[in-house]
Design a binder for this molecule. Sequence first.
Ligand code: WT7
Length: 653
Amino acid sequence: MNDIDVLLQETRSFPPSAEFKAKAHVHDSRLHDDAGMAPHAFWAREAATLDWMKPWETVCEWTPPRAKWFTGGTLNVSVNCVDRHIHGPRRNKAALIWEGEPGDRRTWTYWDLYREVNLAANMLKRLGVTKGDRVAIYMPMIVESVIAMLACARIGAIHTVVFGGFSPDSLRDRINDCGCKVLITADGGYRRGQTVPLKRNADEALKECPTIEHVLVVMRRRSGVGDETFAEMQEGRDHWWHRLKRQVPKYCEPEEMDAEDVLFILYTSGTTGKPKGIVHTTGGYLTGAAATTKYVFDLKDEDVYWCTADIGWITGHTYLTYGPLANGATCVMYEGAPDWPDKDRFWQICERYGVTVFYTAPTAIRAFMKWGAPFVEKHDLSQLRVLGSVGEPINPEAWMWYHKVIGKERCPIVDTWWQTETGSIMITPLPGVTSTKPGSATTPFPGIKATLLDSQANEIAVGGGLLAITHPWPSMLRTIWGDDQRYVDTYFSKWEGRPDLYFPGDGAKRDDDGFLWILGRVDDVLNVAGHRIGTMEVESALVDHPAVAEAAVVGKSHDLKGQAIAAFVTLRAGFTQSGSLRDELREHVALKIGALARPDDILFSADLPKTRSGKIMRRLLRDIAEGRALGDTTTLADPSVVASLKDQYEAQE
Ligand code: WT7
């Protein structure tokens, strides 16, 4: 049975308990109804909960495919996330409860955060950063990462966070694409008991980054890593964060930012080899982040909220940093792996801090499932009240396990669909309103208009189709950095003559109740353990190796990761296939892009299946990789290629 059939048969439904409903921010359909009638009014009301320096004149200017939100208004994001909480009872409320992988712990109150963000902002200024400059952040999961982001926001610098698991090459490409002036990094971080040598990776990257003038280096204070000799400091270019901090003033006046000024760029994979710098702006982004965090997680002042995402991804931006801090929440932040030193680490953390709202990815849930309930049952999870899922479709089996073993059948699950580009959650249950169904992201968030279309832009009431967003929303991307045409082509050109329709690249199905079931990407983008990877990126990394003539990459379904990478490779003359070459190629990809892109399977082949026009037929390769009967091969230039590939693949398995 394929995924769609499984989903079509899912009829279980889980309404929120009367007890949950009674206390929830939203407990009936009015918010959806009102926002549906007047989305602009809904978003304006949410924006008005932020602190503005100057009020906006127009809520939304929509000239498809261009949207501007809250034009004329000015504000500062760091003021909204920090300063506005320090005057009342939240001043010494815990903002971030942090735990390092080796077990070190620290809590930052809002007042702490305020002081640190001001100092960090002044450090950046001291290094010559001014409004509009780009700053790269390549950090482990330590609080200084959040402080660095907020410091950029305070002075109007544009941050681009690069996931700490990315390779020096990936870091270099991102720095160069947007011309960063300063890089903020750390000597190292911890992952599964190992140190990740971030500064050394950064030094490698910076050999080819002409725009970088200064590097600010946080010392991650633990024996070994916290040794100043762990990072080689380049005189004049590199500065220790803790030293420079002593030399700058304590207060930094926040920059008055236009609502449409850029807040950050975040790179994500697309269908070409080159990642896209997704551009998010100030007023609309923060409005979307703050409103969705509050309603989707039913966030209250007394909650202890934990989003397990890394700050290198959009989830870490919106739901670890901006959304919860704008709401004055207490957030848990954890540096390391979920199975270090043992497989109960997450539940130990939940118990230790009394986590009430927990937000993670299906790939993690499937791993917990495999590790088994005893690791969970060792711990008291009675404080949990809302569970979230994000990043990929959650299979009903994993959903039920999450519901029973983690949520003890008591906590609503919010399966949230969104993307780097959308900035904040788009399709999701509201925990006090929606009767959830395992595997469905349910319905659009209030103020969001999402639907299913066929290739002619006809609406599909019930059945499968392409997901489309038919109305602008505040936190939508504004462009792709340095490539505005790609913005138009990728997101607003799917339906001819309809530049008002946003195409996310996902297919979905709508059931009789109007619930949406996201099926996944319909383009050449893979979702490996919740990470988006372009097939072309992996292919370019492979052909970069001297032995490789040609490569084709496809995703194959995988129990834990959702999708795994399978690569078909033809070798150059003079090279012969071997197990060691296979390992070398896998390592080569990890080295070029990062470990997350390391292929699971590599198949050597004399030829790749191509159409007569020379296009690689990935559909057939997917069939081979997943061991299915081959589909239609009649359009192939040479049908025998596929048959021999299939034989070889089965022989290698
Ligand atoms: C792609 C976006 C949004 C933060 C994490 C990923 C897939 C995301 C869900 C979900 C089914 C999902 C989509 C989407 N996706 N959430 N709840 N159900 N699929 O962000 O790297 O920008 O990837 O992730 O395919 O297009 P991203």
